[in-house]
Design a protein around this ligand. Structure first.
Ligand code: SF4
Length: 300
């Protein structure tokens, strides 16, 4: 009896206007998870990781792509031609005709990100704003936005494994998987006790204190699981004393990201879900308790 082995779903990673940060992040995935990915999927093309076939050959073939991952922002401007005089925009619109699922990897692909903000060329856009409407309707699923600058490697893997297993994912209003983006970066931060009792960090890189009051931490306003699914399995920005800069939100990048905007000493923005008045009452009370333990060095 001949046993037919089921072929693995095909993944194509396309790079548009990007710094490669999401590729670097993906390569730092947990070893076992990366091995499972390579065993479960067929990575047919990545501009820096695969050698068997070129993008040009894929475009002229009848190869079907199960998961098209796009890193970087998109433009139809001739400055960003990348292959055979085709712009990133026309390449994407060709590839999508062969594709079942389209995944924006990182903040530039999801929202335009740093390139859309700082490039003089205003034609740089997110993936969802670059796709022709009739192509979108051919996809098996709405575009999935994996925001983050860069996106966490495990979020990419969890998305692929979920789609492979269930064929769909519940998305929030910005197209992000709810499973990965429903809680805030503040969730699981080791500095929560300092936040509650309004104890400020002296500066970056210290073990003690909360970074919300002076250093611009946006953990309480940012949908991301960075403090639940740790980076390199051990850490996060806030755990090492750097503020969350809110890179998973659509208004990223903002100006002056490492300082807390204030008006007469009151933070311009307060944690999601609480009114400014209620927040001020709470913090006013918290500040009246001086808990000596929280004002000492953890390790002298
Ligand atoms: S450092 Fe940021 S994420 Fe951590 S407790 Fe303070 S505000 Fe929340």
């Amino acid at each position: 009896m001949r046993i037919h082995k089921k072929s693995k779903p095909k993944v194509l990673w396309f790079q548009a206007i990007t710094c490669n940060g999401n590729t670097h992040s993906f390569l730092s995935a947990n070893d076992n998870r990366m091995r499972l990915f390579l065993d479960s999927f067929d990575l047919i093309y990545h501009p820096s990781l695969t050698v068997n076939i070129t993008l040009k050959e894929i475009l002229s073939s009848n190869i079907e792509i199960d998961y098209l991952l796009v890193e970087g922002a998109i433009s139809s401007n001739e400055r960003f031609f990348s292959l055979s005089n085709l712009s990133t925009n026309s390449l994407i619109n060709k590839l999508i005709k062969k594709t079942k699922y389209l995944i924006a990897v990182g903040s530039c692909a999801s929202n335009g990100g740093i390139h859309a903000k700082f490039e003089e060329n205003k034609d740089i856009k997110s993936l969802s704003k670059s796709i022709e409407a009739k192509s979108l309707s051919l996809l098996q699923h709405p575009i999935i936005n994996l925001t983050g600058c860069p996106v966490h490697p495990e979020w990419i893997l969890q998305t692929l494994f979920s789609l492979k297993e269930y064929g769909k994912m519940k998305l929030d209003e910005e197209g992000r998987p709810v499973e990965l983006y429903s809680s805030l970066a503040h969730h699981g931060c080791t500095r929560n006790e300092y936040f509650e009792w309004k104890v400020e960090a002296e500066s970056f890189g210290h073990k003690e204190g909360c970074l919300f009051y002076e250093q611009g931490c946006r953990g309480p306003m940012t949908h991301a699981s960075c403090n639940k699914i740790l980076w390199n399995d051990v850490n996060s920005k806030t755990r090492v004393g750097m503020p969350c800069i809110g890179c998973t939100e659509s208004d990223f990048p903002r100006d002056n990201m490492l300082e807390t905007r204030k008006n007469i000493g009151i933070p311009h923005e307060v944690p999601l879900g609480i009114s400014k008045r209620a927040y001020l009452s709470l913090t006013g009370i918290a500040k009246t308790f001086k808990i000596e333990r929280l004002h000492k060095k953890l390790n002298d």
